[in-house]
Design a protein around this ligand. Structure first.
Ligand code: TLP
Length: 341
């Protein structure tokens, strides 16, 4: 029985063509700035995001955390949505690495309003931390793959700018937002000071993320990356996979979105699971089971369907490169069986 793995879009394996690109990569020592594939990747990412420069790093977490370190000093505050990855899934890095305090605002499926941001910013007050940074996420993972409508994003960024805050965008799935709307990734990114993107999520590369921003910020980011142990040597082997992903795997994200919609429509017909198909904007699907999610996750695992619980009755399913339309139909058959048994 072939397992169908909806745990995350991080689980994809490199395709044969991607492996060939990796094997053929020209390399050099990237800590000396001499790796041609890394240099090419960084230029391409900066171009695509409409920002001056970019730096290749091992993970999305490191890209985000370098941004935090660039924008804030110890005791400063980052304003963000309460479910954001930087707060929920980065091992407490904000406080452990930088002494930064987060202020997590409740979002609408991950999205904030300009009024919320304006109200959250601290005034000059000896009791309070200094608000320095607004950090947004597009698409929003815990929100269910939500895309930031560009106008709403603009208004929230404007509120931050008015208060003198820098703006970071966690764009781990920014190309999903691009494919879902037809709006180029740069439309969001160029409104920010720094934007991170991941090659190891929907784009299907085995490793790697990038952080883009002004040339001056990215120069300083090189120091922070070194400090965090992210200075890699012949990293061109990895950059080649990321370049291949950027060239060949962006347009196909539309298939993942169609598969997520197909899965949602199929689940909506079943008893014992609630899903709102109209809310499926990209490749992430949030569901609510009548039975405890942990029970459903183990029951489904025995039938070869893998997913992650997100709460006592809730779970997340993510579509990606290694899940086909026929896998969706097979998964629906298996899920029906699990719900009926
Ligand atoms: N997200 C992972 C888990 O960490 C939750 C997943 O399976 O979705 N930003 C966002 C919005 C992310 O979703 C992730 C990974 C990251 C950053 C971190 O990327 P990595 O795993 O490369 O450090």
């Amino acid at each position: 029985m072939k397992p169908i793995d909806f745990r995350s879009d991080t689980v994809t394996k490199p395709t044969p063509a991607m492996r060939r690109a990796m094997a053929d990569a020209e390399v050099g020592d990237d800590v000396y700035g001499e790796d041609p594939m890394v240099n090419r990747l960084q230029e391409r990412v900066a171009e695509r995001l409409g920002l001056e420069a970019a730096i290749f790093v091992p993970s999305g977490t490191q890209a985000n955390q370098i941004a935090m370190g660039l924008h804030c000093r110890p005791s400063d505050e980052v304003i963000t949505e309460v479910g954001s990855h930087i707060v929920q899934y980065e091992g407490g890095a904000l406080s452990a690495l930088w002494g930064i305090q987060p202020q997590g605002l409740p979002g609408e499926r991950g999205l904030l309003t300009a009024a919320q941001v304006a109200e959250a910013v601290r005034g000059e007050n000896i009791h309070a931390p200094r608000s320095k940074l607004l950090s947004l996420e597009n698409t929003h993972n815990r929100g269910g793959g939500t895309v930031w409508p560009l106008e709403r994003f603009q208004s929230v960024v404007e509120a931050a700018r008015k208060a003198g805050l820098a703006v970071h965008l966690d764009g781990a799935r920014l190309f999903n937002a691009q494919m879902a709307t037809g709006t180029p990734a740069s439309a969001w990114a160029k409104l920010t000071d720094t934007t991170s993107v991941c090659f190891s999520k929907g784009l299907g590369a085995p490793v790697g993320s990038a952080l883009a921003g002004s040339a001056a910020l990215i120069r300083e980011a090189q120091r922070l990356r070194k400090r965090l142990g992210g200075g890699m040597r012949q990293a061109g082997i990895l950059a080649a996979a990321a370049l291949h992903a950027l060239e060949h795997h962006v347009d196909r994200l539309a298939e993942d979105h169609a598969n997520a919609r197909r899965l949602a429509a199929g689940l909506a017909e079943l008893q014992g699971v609630k899903v709102e198909p109209a809310r499926v904007e990209t490749n992430i699907l949030l569901v609510e089971f009548t039975r405890p999610a942990s029970e459903m996750v183990s029951r489904l695992a025995t039938l070869g369907v893998l997913l992650n619980a997100t709460g006592t009755h809730t779970a997340r399913l993510v579509c990606h490169l290694d899940v086909s339309a026929s896998d969706i139909d097979e998964a629906l058959t298996r899920i029906r069986k699990a719900l009926e048994s």
